[in-house]
Design a protein around this ligand. Structure first.
Ligand SMILES: Cc1cc2nc3c(=O)[nH]c(=O)nc-3n(C[C@H](O)[C@H](O)[C@H](O)COP(=O)(O)OP(=O)(O)OC[C@H]3O[C@@H](n4cnc5c(N)ncnc54)[C@H](O)[C@@H]3O)c2cc1C
Length: 392
């Protein structure tokens, strides 16, 4: 007799959301993860992800009260390239939406998701998962501070260096970019008007995303040496650099938040599920933070996995595992390739690539229906939307 129906490894946003979705439907779920470290990132979550939070009864509430909506998204060509792309603006009302999404600090989202998962009955085991083996219709997960626990299925949500993925023998394709992203936040003297701006610069995007009370979060992608120098600066020096990069559009920059740097890499697992293990979130795919895709894709992994598990008699059956693998790979892989191409078009400085980027952005600028389609697709495709992400 298995201890649980499902064991989730990892208490990042993907793992917590998956565990809460399953427990909400009464499924015996355990979550295994070590204590989390502080993370200064904010995540721009688009409408389907917000719908998932609403389905879990944690939206609007405190999350909405302490976050800012994204009413308009701007892409500005700041590359200094010979082929200048036209500036692009996407307005949520063009899609009859109040907002594309909301910008939520992970330091707020994670405790709210965790509390909800606990209230729904998820059993938390504060330890690392160290491996797994299958026997018959069960998977046995080894936990660092206990003996094995067993279930029908394990959801591996233990991040890019997933131990559970390795233990399942799933290989990955990995690559790195000559970039480091700096995540921080800052106050500014002029209002942001609920507008997020992605300045495309020669070393990668520099993206400001609105927060409440005249603050914005920042994801600044730079060459590693320059990023290291920026990380070593005092708050005042860094504020002055941000002021230059934003061209004064937000007024005076001050009062910087915690900062952290992330070396940029990409990863795709060769299988997204195998032998009673389903990979969700960064255990399956890692993309650079362009167009706010990473966690939005990860929450969709969690919601689809929950749909398939809840509809199945054997949560770890070969059929379920194969269906998840096929459905998620067909959506995630093309999206990863597009993000990779967009990033490389900035980074490599190759004229043909820059030309292609400028042409694509010009097509979006001048051709309304195409822009409409891209806005819709950027929010996450509507077809096959998992249950928890469908508006009621
Ligand atoms: C600078 C930056 C900005 C970003 N901005 C956005 C954005 O605006 N919008 C967006 O959609 N995405 C964004 N992303 C991507 C997003 O942050 C990630 O997709 C998301 O955090 C991944 O969540 P996860 O739960 O898969 O993994 P993680 O957050 O990495 O969580 C993994 C969890 O597993 C735990 N763990 C590790 N090893 C084990 C083990 N052996 N056993 C058990 N648990 C283990 C860890 O402690 C952690 O709790 C951004 C990324 C970066 C780098």
């Amino acid at each position: 007799m298995a201890d649980y129906k499902v064991i989730v490894a990892g208490a990042g946003p993907a793992g917590l959301a998956a565990a809460a979705l399953l427990a909400k439907e009464g499924m015996a779920t355990a979550l295994v993860a070590p204590a989390a470290a502080e993370d200064p990132r904010t995540v721009a979550l688009m409408q389907p992800s917000i719908q998932l939070l609403r389905y879990l009864d944690i939206w609007p509430g405190i999350l909405e009260a302490r976050t800012s909506r994204l009413r308009k998204l701007r892409i500005i060509d700041d590359t200094g390239s010979l082929l200048v792309a036209p500036n692009l603006e996407f307005d949520a009302p063009e899609l009859d939406l109040e907002a594309f999404g909301w910008n939520i600090p992970l330091g707020l989202l994670l405790p709210v998701l965790r509390k909800r998962a606990e209230d729904l009955g998820v059993v938390f085991i504060e330890a690392a998962a160290t491996g797994a083996r299958t026997s018959g219709d069960a998977i046995h997960v080894a936990v660092s501070n206990a003996t094995e626990i067993s279930a029908s299925l394990c959801l591996a949500a233990d991040g890019a260096n997933s131990v559970m993925r390795k233990s399942a023998g799933i290989a990955t394709d990995t690559w790195s970019y000559d970039q480091t992203a700096i995540a921080t936040s800052f106050a500014h003297s002029m209002g942001h008007g609920d507008v997020s701006t992605e300045y495309h610069k020669a070393a990668g995007p520099f993206t400001t995303v609105p927060l409440p009370e005249s603050r914005s979060s920042l994801v600044w992608m730079e060459r590693p040496a320059r990023a290291e120098a920026l990380m070593a600066m005092s708050d005042g020096e860094l504020a002055a650099e941000i002021q230059i990069e934003t061209h004064g559009e937000l007024g005076l920059i001050s009062n910087l938040g915690l900062r952290k740097s992330f070396p940029m890499k990409g990863l795709t697992a060769r299988q997204f599920a195998e032998d009673r293990v389903i990979l969700i979130g960064e255990a399956a795919h890692v993309v650079p933070p362009i167009g706010a895709q990473g966690l939005n894709m990860s929450l969709r992994d969690a919601a689809l996995a929950a749909d398939l598990i809840l509809a199945s008699k054997d949560a770890g059956s070969d059929g379920l595992v194969a269906e998840y693998n096929a459905l998620r790979r067909s959506e995630v892989l093309p999206r990863q390739q597009l993000i990779d191409l967009m990033n490389k078009s900035l980074l490599l400085g190759l004229l043909p690539l820059e030309g292609a980027r400028a042409l694509s952005l010009a097509a979006l600028h001048y051709f309304g229906p195409l822009k409409h389609l891209v806005m819709q697709h950027g929010l996450q495709p509507r077809h096959n939307l998992p249950f928890a992400m469908r508006a009621s």
